[in-house]
Ligand binder design. Sequence first.
Ligand code: IMP
Ligand code: MG
Length: 184
Amino acid sequence: MSIPLHPDIERVLIDEATLRARVAELAAQIDRDYAGVDRLLLIGVLKGAFIFLADLARQLHVPHAVDFMAVSSYGMAAVSGAVRIVLDLREPIEGKHVMLVEDIVDSGKTLAYLHHVLASRGPASLRTCTLLRKERPEALSVPIDYLGFTIPDVWVVGYGLDYADTHRTLPYIGVLKRSVYQRA
Ligand code: IMP
Ligand code: MG
């Protein structure tokens, strides 16, 4: 017998067991690729990446530290690339091995911008890991080194992802009903 879905959720796109298994695979891949590295700095993009980062980091064996950044987008009318840093790192990343951890790549603007900003700070290496990428042909081509899942172009929530700051802590990735965002 299954637990009834939240009434705002149309369907479960990725269930808990599938998320857990894929996160473990990503961690194993990262451990292999960073074997011998003395310290990896994981940079989570708030708020969406907090659950993914927490689960991923706890599966890693490579020694690592965690930090966070937060960005805000200038909204729908903004020109492309108009992303602003609202919370920056506490420490310089020069000479460090850095991995940017994102929840989802949609237009690609956020990841492209953050990659550009971090690359300019002189890290020893810079890679990106995103749990989800939306299938959007017009999206910017951004360098994604580790990818959990490619998903259709629908609005998803749960496992850190939100709609207007709601539904972030659902344990699965679910598709939001259209009626929820059309009434807003
Ligand atoms: P981009 O800059 O268009 O690639 O958008 C990336 C950011 O938009 C992500 O970090 C998310 O915070 C947010 N986002 C994009 N699509 C979704 C979604 O389907 N659900 C929740 N957040 C989303
Ligand atoms: Mg978000």
